[in-house]
Design a protein around this ligand. Sequence first.
Ligand code: SF4
Length: 334
Amino acid sequence: MIEKKPPLTIRLCQPRGFCAGVDRAIQIVVLALKKYGAPVYVRHEIVHNRYVVEGLQSLGAVFIEELSEIPPEHRQSPVVFSAHGVPKSVPADAEARNLFYLDATCPLVSKVHKQAMRHQRLGRHVLLIGHAGHPEVIGTMGQLPEGAVTLIETEADAATFVPADPAALGFVTQTTLSVEDTAGIIRALQERFPQLHAPAAESICYATTNRQEAVKETAAGANLYLIVGAPNSSNSRRLVEVAERAGAAMSLLVQRASEIPWDEIGEISTLGLSAGASAPEIIVDEIIDAFRQRFDVTIDLAITATETEDFPVMRVLRDVELTAADMAFVNGAA
Ligand code: SF4
């Protein structure tokens, strides 16, 4: 007798997964490999996802943390800077070493850099709301001279920060923060410093906002919420927190289907599913397949926003054709 599988509704968020900045960064590495051949060096994980990194490694990308790791015989090979952005000292170092670099910094991170520089130009001390040690924070702080930026991580930091001139302050934020937590920190700063200048445009990016909103709308009543993403992916970790706060009974971050803790899950009837901005769709498919093996799955697609953003690669790579097959390792078969 064929055993009947229990029913399971998967509330699948849309939008989820790759954002335009991540897509562009991966395309840059793939196109550089096609145009210049292997090796192509990549400074830091191009995006925070091991699957993506390993896929690019198998195509000939070599991941490094510092430019000094590029051996002299490969000085002609291109080096790509990751989507998170880099301090100004990095392109300067690349130029001093006569390296050919391709900057895959997301245009929305570059926009935050410009906003921070604008505050400084207008004589303001810059407050950067973000997480210490994250490469995006290191990159944004590195746009300005030492001492020009203070990192504010929490409302407690906002309460204790002592400025030289309370009337000359401007803030920017990391692009991948929790929308709610950041609003709390900004409120706390504004109460203390009413003249605090906001950036001319919102720093938290569209992809972060949309993915958090989708999870928020679908979390209530979910027995389990799975977020596909890496532990070092800021936006993915925020999604896990959002799911829990918005009412999911349990919320977990998983990198692959093999990490799903089946014993802990027990009996469930509703699963929420989304993916961080650096998580490939092919893993979302893998996870749905894993549930299909154990449950009679119904997909309930929760469309909360339509994204049309598309960031073109730099001019020097536009003469190389990018095919669906080139990106199949992350997007799955077309
Ligand atoms: S999460 Fe936002 S800022 Fe980061 S790469 Fe994607 S679009 Fe750009």
